[in-house]
Design a protein around this ligand. Structure first.
Ligand SMILES: [Ca+2]
Ligand SMILES: [Ca+2]
Length: 198
């Protein structure tokens, strides 16, 4: 059984990814999200980064639907999403979650480290935030917490550490809990705030 801390964080991420806010994750949510990332990253076709975003979105969707095929119902409602992330992060379905986190950090850097200096500046992290439609008012506190050594930029190691915190830690004080904004106060600015199971 997933703990209440992880349930809260995974639910927060579900709301971010459910781009059309219909209570289900569908392929179109990942397509819309990919489009949004490309817009905020100012990518113009043809773009290798945009192709990468599309490919990663498809890969992720394929992995998710493979998992969902064994669930009843097989659509990605919140309950199934929580089961999926538990399988990935807690039961390590794809092998060591530390390795999964490192790969995700690599992918995020490939997309958002615009000047290729192997660090995410606050500006670059802001782009990550905005393209996921996370409330921008949390940017200062989140960036400060994730920047563990206080050098005003995020290294790949700091990002991977934040990903591990977010997906596996029961400690409510861990900096990485704030990776996608504040899970305790997340709400849609212009959309419905009550989430019902579909
Ligand atoms: Ca949706
Ligand atoms: Ca950079």
């Amino acid at each position: 059984m997933l703990s209440s801390t992880l349930t809260q964080k995974f639910t927060h991420l579900f709301k971010i990814l459910d781009f059309d806010h219909d209570g289900l994750l569908q392929q179109r949510d990942f397509q819309s999200l990919g489009d949004n990332v490309a817009i905020f990253r100012c990518l113009m076709p043809p773009s290798e980064v945009e192709d990468f975003i599309t490919k990663r979105g498809q890969d992720f969707w394929n992995q998710l639907t493979t998992f969902l095929a064994n669930q009843e119902p097989s659509r990605c409602n919140l309950t199934n999403w929580l089961k999926y992330l538990e399988a990935v992060a807690v039961d390590e379905m794809y092998g060591s979650f530390e390795n999964v986190a490192k790969q995700v950090a690599e992918d995020i850097f490939y997309i958002y480290d615009k000047d290729h200096n192997n660090f995410l500046s606050k500006q670059e992290y802001m782009c990550f935030f905005v393209s996921l439609r996370v409330e921008i008012k949390f940017i200062d506190i989140c960036f400060k917490k994730l920047d563990l050594n206080g050098d005003l930029q995020l290294s790949k190691e700091e990002l991977a550490s934040a990903i591990i915190d977010f997906f596996t830690s029961e400690d409510t004080k861990k900096p990485g809990n704030l990776l996608f904004g504040n899970p305790e106060t997340y709400q849609f600015d212009t959309r419905r705030t009550v989430y019902t199971e579909v």
